[in-house]
Design a protein around this ligand. Structure first.
Ligand SMILES: [Zn+2]
Length: 272
């Protein structure tokens, strides 16, 4: 009780000097240590991706680093990737098969333990209760400490699979502890979500040791990147160098970390 009284006084004084938003952001960092160390004590990560390649593109070097330190990594791929081509002669079902094999090879490079596929048609992931329930079932089955997904609030994200997939994943994380949702499966609380493809990062993971492995894993997605590899590699190096500059390393990947408690009705979620 005494500690709470101190906190109330502390935030009032901070707010008088810095404004309420900055004061709340600072206090949130004290209350939620996972904001500074989202993977501390983590044994299992579920990384959700709209298409085969997103986990590696958005977070591959971090995932490789976690896998090396013994964290179990599962990928949940929401669509079959069957329309990701500029070549009109490609048969979608054939492309889906190619991309599945590419994803298996890339996952091996990263050190992923398990691949789960929902196989919705590429570009047609519905924003629906059905998809949310299927993601919820995977969360309750896998029981991860951390769930990763694309940031659905990336302002100019035009791909519906990314917007829908990100939102539905966060909704599933929020419902997962509540037993009356999808009755029958065992409720599970995820501690923290880590969003990749974000323009509002609040956490930088140094990846000097594993950045080249991210590139190697991405090269396995030949159908996606072979034609534009040089441009892509430069973009990823520039991005990781900018985040590294901020993080004090050569390379880093950037994420928006949100404690699960902040995923609903919280004034803190935008401030942290
Ligand atoms: Zn994608």
């Amino acid at each position: 009780m005494h500690a709470h009284a101190n906190l109330v006084e502390e935030v009032r004084e901070l707010a008088a000097r810095l404004g309420a938003s900055e004061a709340l952001a600072r206090v949130a960092r004290e209350l939620f240590e996972e904001l500074a160390e989202p993977f501390k004590g983590c044994r299992k990560v579920l990384c959700v991706q709209p298409h085969p390649d997103d986990c590696e593109y958005g977070a591959g070097a971090t995932l490789a680093d976690l896998a090396d330190s013994g964290v179990e990594i599962t990928y949940l791929t929401l669509t079959d990737g069957s329309k990701g081509t500029l070549d009109p002669s490609v048969e979608p079902r054939r492309l889906a098969e190619v991309r599945r094999r590419e994803q298996e090879r890339a996952a091996q490079v990263i050190g992923v333990s398990k691949l789960i596929w929902l196989d919705y048609p590429d570009g047609e992931l519905p924003y629906s209760a059905e998809v949310r329930r299927r993601i919820l079932e995977v969360i309750r089955g896998e029981r991860p400490d951390v769930v990763m997904s694309p940031d659905p609030w990336l302002a100019y994200e035009a791909h519906p699979d990314h917007r829908h997939g990100g939102l539905l994943t966060l909704e599933a994380v929020m419902f997962s502890p509540l037993p009356l949702f999808d009755k029958g499966s065992q409720p599970h609380s995820v501690k923290v979500v880590v969003l990749y493809y974000t323009a509002r990062p609040n956490y930088f993971h140094p990846v000097d040791r594993t950045f080249e492995r991210k590139l190697e894993a991405l090269k396995a997605h030949e159908s996606q990147f072979a034609a534009t590899w040089q441009t892509l590699e430069l973009y990823l190096r520039v991005l990781a160098a900018a985040y590294g500059g901020q993080a004090g390393s050569t390379y880093a990947e950037a994420f928006r970390v949100l404690p699960t408690l902040l995923l609903h009705a919280s004034a803190l979620s935008e401030l942290v």
